[in-house]
Design a protein around this ligand. Structure first.
Ligand code: G16
Length: 566
């Protein structure tokens, strides 16, 4: 059957700039006439204006409005001359699985319908991520190109009559303006599971889950937080690794994530934490809506800092078959991520790269063979098996280490700290603050960096009956130069380094959808083993006070307490 394409008039929307990863806005904004179509057209137009013969992958986290937008994406791909769209059944495919599918099928890119860990439902957020041909999130030059197009768009192309059922695995051919157009609906889980089986030793993990010879099986608990990883968890952990169904909770993707934030942290993964405590589980993992983040927990929900996860996986990489075959080339971390991994790299002679917040900055480094393992404090860790962070991969990596070393999470961490010392780390989020006040606070911090007015300043506090003193050693605005192509990204946060190597970082989040979120990152190093079990918040309290004093955050944004502490 022949389908006809139409060109429709539109007008630009001036707020369609990608944030840290993709365009995220309230659903109601995407529902404005032509808003979604404009952005999709600009993504398609950014692909060098020539789409003949191209293949795109389409996935998403199953959130509200995703099915409607998936239908629009297919209709617009058809009208723009795309040759083939590979879409996950019901437009559901996790972000890491999309990254893998792009690479496996040699696609020219992928569109992921997700606002990640942001709330869903009609009153929640929607989002569109765009990944390029290497499977990585669109880098800055691609983002800029799309943004420029959004400012000038006057028309978009669509094939409104082309209705494609994406509920069953199938391959459909259409003729659109006398050109062939194919939609291949794939099982979103199959390829990814096969790939994980090549990366990890499933047999060894299975042994961990079914230990005998006097060893009880490791009790674990996983939560998909009602996001996209549900089908992946069912297939990998319940079917392949034969764990009991009671080990997995919230594994049915829902459009509104049960009205909760699908954000794996100690505040929102509350059901997992409660269940782990009740069942005295030894290992836990929670994933965000699109499956690229993972929070890892030990016995009775003992919190593992994502920065430590990166350091531990680096130190124990040889227990993971993938890294046994391909030795680690280098490690990357985002600037605010704690420097725990730096200590491992130093000791093992591994190159360490620091990039701005955003997984997109790791893509070039991986392609250039400079890094093969990367991580961020925001619960993202992954390797060069794909070009995205990968939640399920993190859980399997931890399980591989536990299986090989026959230790608990806490034992692995303690042995790690005994070797490298412990970097205590916390992040304070002040969500949805007045944008002008946040900008002013950052401007003033930047001025301090330029003038050096804070250097040598001392701050003393009484803490646990002792006087604690910090002296500012350096204060810098973080700029980054990509070592693969010399591209410079400026102004990615303010770092304040103390003479004892403690560090404070301020930056503004770019994933929120209302006003501005300030992120304050606090880190200090401890080498005395008798101090490793201290409470992180207690350890870092004086440094938090220094951060608040230097930034005058309370005065600027009028908040006494953060919205969230991680
Ligand atoms: C995205 C990026 C991450 C980043 C995170 C938080 O993750 O891919 O690299 O760390 O946002 O960014 P921000 O601090 O600007 O809010 P995701 O999982 O939300 O796509």
């Amino acid at each position: 059957m022949q389908f006809t394409c139409y060109t429709k008039s539109t007008r630009p929307f001036l707020d369609q700039r990608h944030g840290t990863s993709g365009l995220r806005k309230p659903v109601t904004m995407f529902q404005q006439e032509n808003y979604t179509e404009n952005f999709i057209q600009c993504i398609l137009s950014s692909l060098d204006g020539c789409l003949t013969g191209t293949t795109l992958v389409l996935g998403g986290d199953g959130r509200y409005y995703g099915r409607k937008v998936a239908d629009t994406v297919i209709k617009m791909c058809a009208a723009n001359g795309v040759r083939r769209v590979i879409v996950g059944k019901q437009a559901i495919m996790s972000t890491p699985a999309v990254s893998y599918a792009i690479r496996k099928y040699g696609a020219n890119g992928g569109i992921i319908l997700t606002a990640s860990h942001n709330a869903g439902g009609p009153l929640g957020d929607f989002g569109i991520k765009f990944n390029i041909a290497n499977g990585a999130p669109a880098p800055d030059h691609a983002v800029d190109k799309i943004h420029d197009l959004t400012k000038n768009i006057l028309e978009y192309r669509i094939c409104p009559e082309l209705d494609c059922d994406i509920h069953i695995v199938s391959k459909k051919e259409f003729m659109v303006n006398s050109r062939p157009f194919e939609v291949e609906v794939i099982d979103p889980v199959e390829d990814y599971v096969e790939y994980m089986k090549n990366i990890f030793n499933f047999k060894s993990i299975q042994t961990l889950l079914q230990r005998s010879n006097g060893h009880p099986p490791m009790k674990f608990m996983i939560s998909s937080m009602l996001g996209v990883t549900g089908p992946y968890v069912r297939r990998i952990f319940l079917e392949e690794l034969k764990a009991s169904p009671g080990c997995a909770i919230d594994i049915h993707p829902t459009e509104d994530f049960g009205g909760r934030y699908p954000d794996p942290n100690m505040t929102y993964a509350i059901d997992l934490i409660k269940t782990m405590k009740e069942k005295e589980s030894d290992f836990g993992a929670a994933f965000d809506a699109d499956g690229d983040r993972c929070m890892t927990l030990g016995h009775k929900a003992y919190f593992v800092s994502p920065s430590d996860t990166l350091a531990v996986i680096t130190a124990n990489a040889t227990y993971i078959p993938y890294f046994k075959k391909n030795a680690i080339k280098g490690v990357g971390r985002s600037m605010p991520t704690s420097r725990a991994v730096d200590r491992v790299c130093k000791k093992k002679g591994i190159d360490l790269y620091e990039v701005p917040t955003g997984w997109k900055y790791f893509g070039n480094l991986m392609d250039a063979g400079l890094v093969s393992l990367c991580g961020e404090e925001s619960f993202g860790t992954g390797s060069d098996h794909i070009r995205e962070k990968d939640g399920i991969w993190v859980a399997l990596a931890w399980m591989s280490i536990l299986a090989a070393r026959k230790l608990t999470v806490e034992e692995v961490l303690h042995r790690h700290w005994n070797t490298y010392g412990r970097n205590f780390f916390t992040r304070y989020d002040y969500v949805s603050c007045d944008t002008a006040s946040c900008n002013k606070m950052m401007e003033d911090l930047e001025k301090m960096c330029i003038t050096g007015s804070m250097v040598d300043e001392q701050f003393s506090f009484q803490h646990n009956s002792c006087t604690v003193t910090f002296t500012v050693a350096e204060m810098d605005v973080y700029d980054y130069e990509d070592p693969t192509n010399g591209t410079v990204v400026e102004n990615q946060g303010v770092c304040i380094l103390m003479t004892d190597d403690s560090r404070i970082v301020f930056r503004l989040s770019r994933t929120g959808t209302s006003n501005t979120t300030v992120r304050m990152y606090i880190e200090s190093y401890e080498s005395d083993p008798s101090m490793f079990d201290r409470d992180t918040q207690d350890v870092l309290k004086p440094l938090v006070e220094v951060a608040l004093k230097i930034s005058k955050l309370r005065e600027y944004i009028g908040r006494q307490e953060p919205t969230l502490i991680t």
